[in-house]
Design a protein around this ligand. Sequence first.
Ligand SMILES: Cc1cc2nc3c(=O)[nH]c(=O)nc-3n(C[C@H](O)[C@H](O)[C@H](O)COP(=O)(O)OP(=O)(O)OC[C@H]3O[C@@H](n4cnc5c(N)ncnc54)[C@H](O)[C@@H]3O)c2cc1C
Length: 280
Amino acid sequence: MLLREVEYARPATVEEAISVLATYDGARPLAGGQTLVNVMKARAAAPDVLVDLADLVELRTIGFSSDGMLEIGAMVTCTQLMGSSEVEVARPILAEVASTIADVQVRNRGTIGGNVCVSDPTNHFPVLLVALGATFTIRGQDGERTVPAEEFFLGVYMTAVGEGELLTRIDVPASSGSGDGFAGVTIGAHGTYIVNAAATVAGDLARVAIGCVAASPVRATAMEERLGDYSEDSVRAAAAGLGATLDPPSDVHGSADYRRHLAEVSVVRAVLQAAERRKS
Ligand SMILES: Cc1cc2nc3c(=O)[nH]c(=O)nc-3n(C[C@H](O)[C@H](O)[C@H](O)COP(=O)(O)OP(=O)(O)OC[C@H]3O[C@@H](n4cnc5c(N)ncnc54)[C@H](O)[C@@H]3O)c2cc1C
């Protein structure tokens, strides 16, 4: 289907992009276009102005802050994450998970910023970034603010990025000896998830998040508190009953009960993987 007529802007700076977004009510940022262009074709979205972020070089960088945080620009693609030496050193799970998303075309075009701004509950990065304790930098005409991952995802297709604002950067703490894990069940190889889970284990402490069971990723805090040692039996015991606390949707891919079961299976796998990979 042909796209509805739409105005197009290609700003050269972040300030210019924010100014265009703030000026036109119907303006939307265009990142890799992997979701936005498809929903426009399906007439499920009809922005008046597309603000193409392609020339914003500062959003395409991966680096470190002075305090050792891994700083990932919103326009960094999955393919860039997979080839980044900074990611490999600081948080290799990001590259590992990126490499399992869809296919090579989607990974070449799709950005981490677009992935989280869509806030699709079945996406790979929201649940992972919640488990890693990432923070999101959002810029608007009134300046810049930082939002923790748990407060960024507000619902299906809804995030803390407001009208006229831009997500510019995602900061992820460097692992410093912690281990990370990711698990779940997809619809076919490299498909979207029916349920997924991510975990990070540092010493005896864990952060665990579950995806696809609610509009936004869910922290498994009760399970985190029950985790003591990381033997398979202990992790299974800590996860027991977790499913009953969830209220996941039912659809053609799985009933709510099946998702509750998958949630318990996925958190166990993610935590065991994370514990095995930790260095201390
Ligand atoms: C066939 C197919 C299969 C896929 N399978 C998966 C999958 O299994 N798992 C998965 O995680 N992902 C999957 N994706 C999604 C893909 O990985 C991209 O993350 C996603 O399409 C959005 O990224 P994008 O850069 O293309 O963003 P766009 O489509 O350009 O933008 C998406 C939305 O985010 C907004 N936006 C983008 N960047 C910013 C920003 N910096 N600030 C504010 N708002 C912004 C846009 O306005 C738009 O509303 C799939 C996509 C396709 C086409």
